[in-house]
Design a protein around this ligand. Structure first.
Ligand code: GDD
Ligand code: MN
Length: 860
């Protein structure tokens, strides 16, 4: 009897048939026997006769279709005619070597797999003789399918499967993507493997792959992802968009000509265009998907997408106008194009999604993850160089101006990154923050890999979604503080911890040593992961075996080696920074502050995130007979729980800093992401949380876009001065520079400017006044206060008979030191404390306090 059927679609393959059949029949397949079914689509080169010539000799059959030629339809016809339950599909042109058939069909025959793919894109697979453009095309084709379909070669034409699986393929399926259809229709239910093959380009005849096939392929992918992607829709959408863009540009030009300012002009023009667009799109472009009357929830979604596009385009506009000095009247066009893309994708996938064959929840989450992660990245890319630095970043920039092995209040990584970034991009916001972006991408990569190792690809994608939208992830990937490299190193260390302790990989210890060492160079908190690892090893017998081997110790040694710059610096500086770190914990006012810790966590994780984290940590009870699930849960619990406990204990006697717990949540994100995807056996509470994620995600991303637009361009109708005195140092420093110039003009002497805070005011002034004609800036340690690194950079507290300009964020900062010493008597003829109102584009943003004195009598 026949054990499997080889279906060979063929169109004008006369030159190949004899050779194919010769090679197939040369295969020794005992004890199996097979049939070969050629499906011809009206070939005109005599191919059917070639097949017929073989018919009486062996198990060769011919189907001659009379319908419109189509690869998928032909293949399905062949499958329908097959006599056996196992099918192999292969090309007729010998691109798929018949000799590799056994490797592909055997795993299905013996029941180990449901689908086996002859894959060009796994180790050992290759393509030969294909022109470069075909290779690139094919690579791109399989690459864009990867987010949806978990195989490397989803467009392969050489595969084996159990016949009943084909029943799910729609009769409407067309073109070159039958494997993709097969996999997607049965997703999550299949055991799939890929066997490497060597694909050789045909020697005879020509390829039938056309542009329309490729287009159909992309459309089909969009539909499978839950989008609406008929060509009509895109065309009509583009027509409406063009009209909308015209209105947008005209209104914008008009507003600019009336001196409205960038923000107001682009807001108004956007709204006028958006209302027009929505009307046309709902009545025309997406009319099939629109009820015909105004659906509030759909309109709400439309507004959400529009608002996000608008807030993003403010950044594009600012980048073009402020950084590249393109006139606003021209800059509006690229800005419109950028937002049209966001609007189109948002409309196709979110506002007017495909309703006919809605993909599974799992796929919809994947689509959402891709869209939102990309948007969050785009937002960061557009704004990171535009938003002014916060004082902390200017302080770390000061580190980089005094490069050293380490620093008093932090290890050196942040300084090295800023040094590197500013060496490339200059001493500006771009240069300072490039490092943070880099760290953000490293975090994304490692966390994805960790989640994929612990759970699966869908979970990994949702993990990135969480990382992108939760404040802890968005913040650390944007602002250049020690937390940026810390979070990256933390994610990397977690990844290697899992590889070594859970998966038992020896070589991962090397990565662990490097990641942990890099973490120590970023911020000492990463040490908590070391403690967590110890606890894990004590509790987990399998991991405990590592204790008797040399790898963990070598990794620790490697980390210590990387950490040695910090040790050398401390050795040379009386262990100042170690003393500082432990003092900070032990001496600063003792006070119960657990409530602060919880409040901070609620901000870093959002309330839903916090609830989900607790649920993931405590309610998830894997069954005892699944050792991997048990160990995975232990891993998540220990690597989140141990650092968390330590922070809880510390906060019973010490006020925690806001961002402290940021990185510890990285380990629980995969578990949260996994729970989001669970559908059965979910408690009512967990279901509630699942349902709340949508709102949390949208609110978070909206808030970031809003805040970034606000600090860079402002939001029309919203005053600025609700902002604090901590920000807008560019304008503030400009004002101080002016005051200094006035003083110099009046007295003929170069004034000394003293930032009246530990380090923030002085650093911000340094950053925003640096250049040809630098000011003489000191920090508050001049008056006997602590000044962190300024005690090393500018230790002088000696008297000076030059004018003194104190600058502070608050009035009281100018009068007393932190230890409540009166500053007045250290000053020679102190003037009154005054303030100036700082303006930005003509609107008041903040105040800065200052006082001019004739001289400094020294610390007394
Ligand atoms: N019956 C029928 N009807 N057969 C067809 C039709 C059709 O409309 N179109 C193509 N075929 C047959 C060809 O005769 C050949 O046997 C096989 O399908 C593959 O077609 P080619 O034209 O040789 O495709 P290719 O070599 O460019 O593409 C290969 O790589 C793609 C991925 O990059 C194939 O393996 C594709 O299946 C694969 O998707
Ligand atoms: Mn071919």
């Amino acid at each position: 009897m026949t054990q499997f059927s080889i279906v060979v679609p063929a169109l004008n393959e006369a030159g190949n048939i004899d050779l194919l059949l010769t090679r197939l029949s040369a295969l020794n397949f005992a004890p199996y026997s097979f049939e070969v079914i050629f499906v011809d689509d009206g070939s005109t080169d005599g191919a059917p006769d070639k097949v017929r010539a073989w018919r009486n000799q062996s198990n060769v059959h011919l189907i001659e279709r009379r319908d419109k030629p189509d690869l998928t339809a032909a293949t399905l016809a062949g499958i329908a005619a097959a006599k056996s339950d196992v099918i192999v599909v292969m090309d007729a042109d010998l691109s798929h070597p018949p000799e590799q058939l056994p490797a592909i069909v055997t795993p299905v025959l013996n029941g180990n797999y449901d689908v086996v793919i002859g894959s060009r894109y796994v180790a050992g697979g290759s393509t030969e003789n294909w022109p470069l453009y075909r290779q690139l095309l094919s690579r791109a084709g399989s690459w864009i399918a990867r987010p949806l379909c978990d195989v490397n070669d989803a467009t392969s034409g050489f595969f084996a499967f159990r016949r009943e699986l084909a029943a799910c393929i729609s009769n409407h399926a067309r073109g070159y993507k039958i494997l993709l259809e097969l996999l997607m229709a049965n997703q999550g239910k299949l055991r799939v493997t890929e066997v490497p093959i060597c694909f050789r380009d045909r020697a005879q005849g020509a390829s039938k792959l056309s542009l329309s096939h490729q287009q159909a392929y992309i459309q089909r992918l969009i539909t499978l992802a839950g989008g609406t992607a008929t060509l009509n829709t895109a065309g009509r959408f583009a027509a409406v968009g063009l009209f909308g863009a015209l209105i947008d540009a005209v209104v914008f030009q008009w507003m600019i000509s009336r001196d409205a300012g960038l923000a107001l002009a682009h807001f108004i023009s956007f709204f006028v265009a958006a209302v027009t667009n929505y009307t046309f799109n709902s009545k025309w472009s997406f009319r099939e998907h629109h009820a015909g009357y105004l659906k509030w929830h759909q309109f709400g979604r439309f507004l959400t997408v529009g608002a996000l596009a608008l807030l993003l385009r403010g950044g594009v506009l600012a980048l073009l106008v402020y950084v590249w000095h393109i006139p606003p009247l021209l800059a509006i066009f690229p800005a419109i194009v950028a937002t049209a893309a966001v609007n189109y994708l948002g409309s196709a996938f979110y506002v007017f999604p495909s309703e006919k064959d809605l993909p599974s929840l799992d796929i919809r989450w994947r689509t959402a993850a891709i869209g939102i992660v990309l948007f969050a990245i785009l937002l960061r890319l557009v704004y990171f160089g535009l938003a002014q630095l916060i004082p902390d970043e200017t302080y770390y920039w000061q580190y980089a101006q005094h490069m050293d092995l380490s620093f008093y209040d932090h290890p050196p990584m942040v300084a090295w990154l800023i040094w590197f970034g500013t060496a490339i991009a200059g001493n500006n916001e771009f240069g300072v923050r490039i490092g943070a972006l880099l760290c953000g991408s490293i975090t994304l990569g490692y966390l994805y890999a960790l989640a994929q190792n612990l759970y699966d690809k869908s979970t990994a994608m949702r993990t990135l979604l969480l990382l992108a939208i939760l404040p802890l992830g968005f913040g650390s990937g944007l602002l250049m503080t020690p937390d940026a490299p810390l979070v990256a190193a933390w994610a990397a260390t977690l990844y290697y911890m899992e590889r070594t302790l859970v998966a038992g990989q020896r070589t991962a210890w090397l990565g662990m040593g490097i990641a942990f060492g890099a973490g120590l160079l970023s911020k000492y908190t990463i040490g908590l992961l070391g403690i967590a690892a110890l606890v894990f090893v004590i509790l987990d017998p399998t991991a405990r075996r590592w204790m008797q081997r040399s790898h963990p110790y070598l990794a620790a040694l490697l980390a210590l080696l990387l950490f040695s710059p910090v040790i050398i610096w401390n050795y040379e500086n009386d262990w100042a920074s170690f003393a500082f770190q432990s003092n900070q914990l032990l001496t600063d006012g003792h006070e119960f502050a657990v409530h602060f810790l919880i409040f901070h966590i609620l901000v870093l994780l959002t309330p839903i995130g916090f609830a989900a984290a607790l649920l993931a940590l405590f309610s998830n009870k894997p069954s005892e007979d699944r050792p991997f699930e048990r160990r995975r849960q232990l891993f998540v619990q220990i690597f989140t729980g141990v650092p968390l406990c330590i922070f809880f204990i510390i906060s019973t006697f010490e006020t925690p800093r806001f961002h402290w717990t940021g990185p510890i949540w990285l380990a629980v994100l995969p578990a949260i992401a996994w729970m989001i995807g669970q559908t059965d056996q979910v408690s009512a509470f967990a279901r509630r949380i699942q349902a709340s994620w949508r709102l949390t995600i949208i609110s978070c991303i909206f808030v970031y876009a809003f805040v970034l637009h606000y600090v860079v361009l402002g939001i029309p109708g919203m005053p600025y001065h609700m902002f604090t005195e901590h920000y807008f140092w560019r304008e503030t420093a400009g004002e101080i520079k002016q005051i200094a110039a006035e003083v110099k003009h009046q007295t003929g002497q170069e004034p000394i400017i003293v930032g009246m805070s530990k380090w923030s005011v002085a650093s911000a002034l340094y950053f925003y006044t640096h250049g040809d004609d630098p000011l003489d800036i000191r920090s508050r340690n001049m008056f006997g206060d602590s000044g962190a690194m300024y005690e090393y950079w500018l230790p002088s507290q000696e008297a000076a008979d030059r004018p003194i300009i104190q600058v502070g964020m608050k009035r009281r900062h100018l009068e007393r030191t932190r230890t409540k010493n009166d500053i007045n008597h250290m000053l020679d003829h102190p003037g009154p404390i005054e303030y100036r109102v700082i303006e930005r584009y003509g609107t008041p943003v903040r105040r800065v306090y200052y006082r001019i004195s004739q001289g400094f009598k020294g610390v007394s």
